[in-house]
Design a protein around this ligand. Structure first.
Ligand code: FE2
Ligand code: FE2
Length: 133
C-alpha cells in the first residue's frame, strides 16, 4: 500500500517480547513519517515524526545493548557498531530533510529506515533470540 513504507510482517519477530513490541512501535512511527512526507505536511509535523523516531531508536538500542551485556552476548561489539551506524546515518539524513523544505517520499532517509532497519531486525536482532532460550 502506498501509504505504508514498511508493512509489518511476523517474520520480523525475534521471540523476545519486549523487543518485538518496540520493533512494532518503530514500524508504526516509520509509517507515520512516510505519510507526513507523502502528504507534504507541515515541516513542524515532519520534524516531530523525525524526532520521535530518533528518540525511539536511541532508547530501543540502549535497551538491546543493556540486554546483551546482561547476557554476555558474544556478538555485542558488531551489533553495537550497527546501532551506532544506523543512528549516524539517520541523523545525517534528518538534518538534510530539515534543511530542505521540499523533502519528499523516496528520499534517502526512507531507504535507510526501510532497508537498514528491517535488515537489522531480521538479521542482527534475530540473532539475539539465542538469549531467549
Ligand atoms: Fe532492534
Ligand atoms: Fe539491534
Amino acid at each position: 500500500m502506498a501509504d505504508t513504507l514498511v508493512e509489518w510482517n511476523n517474520s520480523f519477530l525475534i521471540g523476545i517480547k519486549e523487543l518485538d513490541h518496540e520493533h512494532k512501535s518503530l514500524v508504526v512511527d516509520i509509517n507515520r513519517l512516510h505519510q507526513e512526507l507523502a502528504r507534504q505536511g507541515e515541516i513542524s509535523e515532519i520534524e516531530k515524526c523525525l524526532g520521535d523516531i530518533y528518540a525511539r531508536m536511541q532508547a530501543h538500542f540502549a535497551l538491546e545493548e543493556h540486554f546483551m551485556k546482561e547476557h554476555d552476548y558474544p556478538f555485542f561489539d558488531e551489533h553495537k557498531r550497527e546501532h551506532d551506524q544506523l543512528l549516524d546515518n539517520y541523523t545525517e539524513y534528518m538534518v538534510q530533510i530539515l534543511n530542505d523544505a521540499g523533502a519528499s517520499p523516496g528520499n534517502p532517509i526512507e531507504h535507510t529506515l526501510k532497508h537498514w532497519v528491517v535488515n537489522h531486525i531480521i538479521t542482527s536482532d534475530k540473532k539475539m533470540s539465542l538469549m531467549a532460550q
